[in-house]
Design a protein around this ligand. Structure first.
Ligand SMILES: O=C(O)CCC(=O)C(=O)O
Ligand SMILES: [Fe+2]
Length: 194
């Protein structure tokens, strides 16, 4: 599924919906990427897989007003960075929804990734809206429904993707590994915690 347009459009999914706007922040994307790469306090977190600890294959930073518990760990929030707060306000205006936290991810190269998961923590509420801004290297975002149905979106520099409706109950998503030579990518996923 690859759609190009200069206006946001809602894509109806089986049990969920997506807002996809490839050019949402095309004009600001370069400067945002440069500043966030340099100014965010990026952290290397560890994850436990089959009883063994590993570095997560990306750097990240949880920012906002509340602690966030996911994957069995509690993350204390970094205070809002002024630029991230500015991006949040723009995303809120498009989504007509307010957000009180954002998970920032830094994929340093193509071998950094995120495995299959749903953003379904209880703290996000029943049918959360999650708004994702992508900066830098274009990466494949893959979705799979419980029935086996799959979708794929190429998350390009400056794009906005919003997941909404009941999709976190029925779909998982992932950012697969690619060639190591891929450039770096920053992703911001805005969330509203209860
Ligand atoms: O990097 C992405 O586009 C996906 C990030 C994601 O799914 C998450 O942070 O929960
Ligand atoms: Fe996610």
């Amino acid at each position: 599924m690859q759609l190009w347009s200069d206006a946001p459009q809602w894509l109806a999914l089986n049990q969920g919906r997506l807002l996809w706007w490839p050019d949402a922040f095309a004009a600001q994307a370069d400067i945002w990427q440069t500043r966030l790469a340099a100014e965010i306090p990026w952290q290397q977190h560890r994850l436990t897989l089959f009883g063994r600890e590993h570095d997560e294959p990306r750097l990240s930073c949880w920012m906002g007003e509340l602690s966030y518990r996911y994957s069995g760990k509690t993350r204390l929030p970094e205070p809002w960075h002024p630029l991230v707060r500015d991006i949040a306000r723009r995303v809120e205006a498009i989504c007509e929804q307010s957000f009180n936290g954002v998970l920032l991810n830094l994929y340093r190269h193509g071998q950094d990734s995120m495995g299959w998961h749903a953003d379904n923590e209880a703290a996000l509420g029943v049918n959360p809206m999650i708004a994702s801004v992508s900066l830098g290297a274009s990466r494949r975002f893959v979705l799979r429904h419980a029935s086996g149905e799959r979708k794929e979106i190429q998350l390009n520099h400056g794009s906005l993707l919003v997941m909404a409706g009941e999709m976190q109950h029925h779909w998982q998503h992932a950012l697969p590994k690619m060639a190591a030579s891929e450039g770096s990518r920053i992703n911001l996923t805005f969330r509203a915690l209860l």
